[in-house]
Each structure stands twice: as C-alpha cells, then as structure tokens.
Design a protein around this ligand. Sequence first.
Ligand SMILES: Cc1cc2nc3c(=O)[nH]c(=O)nc-3n(C[C@H](O)[C@H](O)[C@H](O)COP(=O)(O)OP(=O)(O)OC[C@H]3O[C@@H](n4cnc5c(N)ncnc54)[C@H](O)[C@@H]3O)c2cc1C
Length: 483
Amino acid sequence: MSQTATSGQPVPGDVLDRLKALVGPGGYVEGPEDTSAYSRPWRGKWEGRTPLVLRPKSTEEVAAIVRLCAETRTPIVPQGGNTGVTYGGLPSADMSEVVVSTSRMRRVRDLDSLNDTMTVEAGVVLKEIQTAAANADRLFPLSLGAEGSCQIGGNISTNAGGIQVLRYGNTRNLVLGLEVVLPDGRVWDGLRGLRKDNTGYDMKQLFIGAEGTLGIITAAVLRLFPKPTEAQSAWIAVDSPKAGLDLLVHMKGAMGEAITSFELIRRSIIEFLLTGVPGHSDPLPQAHPWYVLMEVTGQGAVGSLSEPLTEALESAAGKGLVRDAVIASSSEQAKRLWRMREDLPDAQKAAGGSIAHDVSVPLSRLAEFIARADDAIEKAYPAVRPCCFGHLGDGNLHYNPLCPVDWTYERYAVETAAINRLVHDIVAAVGGSISAEHGIGRLRLEENLRYKNPVELDLMERMKRALDPLNIMNPGRVVPDQR
Ligand SMILES: Cc1cc2nc3c(=O)[nH]c(=O)nc-3n(C[C@H](O)[C@H](O)[C@H](O)COP(=O)(O)OP(=O)(O)OC[C@H]3O[C@@H](n4cnc5c(N)ncnc54)[C@H](O)[C@@H]3O)c2cc1C
C-alpha cells in the first residue's frame, strides 16, 4: 500500500477550521484534555493524540467530512464506543489523523416487528438496542461484557462475537443491511431488510469486520429473534477441556438448539476472581480444575427447561463427564454466575496482568491446543501462571498467561512478542486463527502478516486500494500501509 499524502504530518490548521465549520459548535471537541478520552484505550497502553474529534449527528455530516478529508488527504479514524482491544479506533500520536466519532448518531430509525428487523444508527449503544428489541417482545442476541458502552457501528466493524454466538452466530449473521459513507464521500444506501438477495456480490459483508478501513458505517438493519420466555443457567465442574468438549457433544444431543452459551473457565482464574474482585463466591463446595458455564433458553413455560437440563446433566455425570454441577435456582442466581464470567478480565488485573490471546481453533483440536500451549509456556517461562477461558462452543479461547508472582508487569510485558509467537505458532499448527473476535487493528497487524494466507492478504490489499485509493480511511490498521 502507498502511504497517505499527509502521513505523519499534523493536520494543517486551515483544514481543521473547515472541518469544524462543517459540523458547527457542539459537533467537535479539541485540545489535549477533551480529546484524551478518544485517544486512549479502555485497556492497555496506547497513547494517541489527535487535533480534532468530529462528532457528526447525521449521515450527511459524515459524508461532508469524508469528502473534505478526501480533498485534503486527511486520514480519518472512525470511532464508536472505544472499547475495542486491538487499538484500531485510536489515533496515532503525531496529530496527523482526525477522529470521527459516531456517538451523536443514536437514533433507532425503525422497528419492523413483522419483518423482525430494526434499523439503527451507528452510534446506538448495544445495550440500548437490546432494550429496544426487548420492549418490542423481541431479542437482539449480540451480548458482550462491554455492551453498556460499545456502539453497534463498532460491533459491526469488528464483527463482534460474545456469549451467544453458538446459537445465533456472530455480528455478521445479525446484519441484513448497511448504510456506509465510502472513502470518496459517497453514501451507499444498502439498508435492505432482506433475507434473500442474490443480485451480485454481497457488499455489506466487505464492511463487516473491516474495522473502519473501507468506509464509515452510519446505519444498519439488524435481525431480531423471538424473545426467550425461559432460561436456565448451570455451573458445571469438569476434569479437563476434553471433558468439556465431550459434555458439549452430549448436551447438543440432549438439548439441541436450546443451548445458547457454553463457556469454558479454568480454575486458576476463578481463584483470582474470588480473592481479588469483591462480590463473588464459589458456586460449588469443592474446587475443580475446569468449569463450564452454560445457558439454555426456549419459548416454553417458565421452568420448563429445568427438568430436561437436570436429566441431561445427570446422564452426563453417569458417563463421567460431570464432576459436580449447580443449576441456578433463580434469575438472580443466574445473574451472579454470569457476573463471574463478565468479571474475569478484572480477575486478570487483580492477578497482576496477563498477555492476551483471542484465538479460535477447530473444536476437534481445542484440547490439543491447550495442552501444547501450556507445555510450551511452562518450558519457556516456568513462573508464568496459566489462565484460560472463553467461548468453548465456538472454539474461541482467551488464552491469557498471567504475570509471574514476583515480576513487575513491565518486566513481563517485555516478553509479549516471544509469548505471542509461542502461542500463535501453535494456533497456526492446529489450523486456528490468531484473532477470533477482537480483530486485527494495529495490535495484530505484523503478526497477521506471518499467519494469514498470502493470497488472502493480497486480495485484502487490492480491495483496500480499490475502495480507498488515497488510503485515508483508518490507514495502517488491518492492512499494512507498506510492505
Ligand atoms: C469488558 C470488555 C469485554 C469485551 N468482550 C468482548 C466479547 O465478548 N466479544 C467481542 O467480540 N469483543 C469484546 N470486546 C471488545 C469490544 O467491545 C468489541 O470489539 C466492540 O465490538 C467494539 O465496539 P466499539 O463501539 O467500542 O468500537 P471501537 O472500539 O470504537 O472501534 C473498533 C473498531 O471499529 C472501527 N469503527 C468503529 N465504529 C465504526 C463505524 N461506525 N464505521 C466504521 N468503523 C468503525 C474503529 O475504527 C475500530 O477499528 C470487549 C471489550 C471490553 C472492554
């Protein structure tokens, strides 16, 4: 890829003035104090700096901004809720990029309960979408720890996953149509609520997961589902990841489509949760090496899944797959169990920090991956403590070895590249992906060059050049500027 004309140079003052004039007072923030929240990550150490954060309130304003940026070769960083963890939505430190935040585009434009769709602007917070769907007696199933802050434009741009992918698929499966401002400032209106449309290439799929490198998503048509009337959660002790996988097969046979979530959690991280994060207690009387947290949902009467779940777990115990289990006896208890899962990132912090990996592997090789990665880490770094949890049903693990007890995190962080190489080489060897749901952003850019199929990389670069020949749209993320 070629570099942008203004690459590395601060955005000139006259361009900033013209951009500000497009959105008027209230439509932008500037100065180090007011822009810092848009320049730093929720987690991690990235310190960006931008001369200007634009906060357009309509698609027309976004298009006007992009047209001016194209004319002046000014790089743009689209940003939603800024909860992304690969730094794709953060500006460089050299004041050469303007941030375009969608946080004022917060309208639910339409809810069509006959078509089971909702049309929303990019800046609507995920939690608000879930609530709007629930108020219409529907479900929007995307659910993740950052749902109170992340925005649907960011979710679509990262093709976010979360805890219900097993049943409903990831964000890619939940989007029927998009409205996008292209890098030349044209608006593509693809806001169609169609489940079938074979009129050529499916353009929306290009923008889903593109992390803002091909255009700015301004609105989307989302799929809605029947709201479950019944839900049961269980915390289950298993001996090993292999036992967890065998349990998944067993439960799918017994309960089929009812299984919405199937999470794997290693005991070591539960220890840190119980000691380091207030408000949690052990759901079972004894410690076990691994746990599964699962949820089943359905449309039947309240309590109707309790007996089938109990029977399925009892027959699994009869096969030696389950060591102990508790089924939540109330929605409050179920919430407590799921809060344990949500607070695992805080438990990692309480344990001194981790080196994070968001990997996916075929289910048939998941147990092998964990065993090989554990072995390799232990040989190279005997003091590093294991930590692993994730969406077992999707083959997606957060394999996050913890900082040794007597090391500072700064000392541990020096090993990041070496530990990444060690873990990701094993991921590649078992046919997996180095980024299951968090994207590439800036953080995984170099590593992706090592693992991504070269033909796919070439196609990605050609698409980027075709849609964004000036390379102004989130340059240097996902696709490298120069190779
Ligand atoms: C506590 C916590 C838990 C999390 N759990 C999960 C999880 O379970 N599963 C998961 O997948 N992720 C998870 N994440 C990561 C994060 O929440 C998701 O990646 C989320 O989808 C990002 O949304 P956002 O609005 O914050 O996007 P941002 O962080 O603002 O941006 C992310 C990327 O999308 C681009 N972008 C944003 N908006 C637009 C737009 N309108 N048009 C074009 N490009 C855009 C940005 O440039 C950037 O590259 C978690 C994060 C936290 C902090």
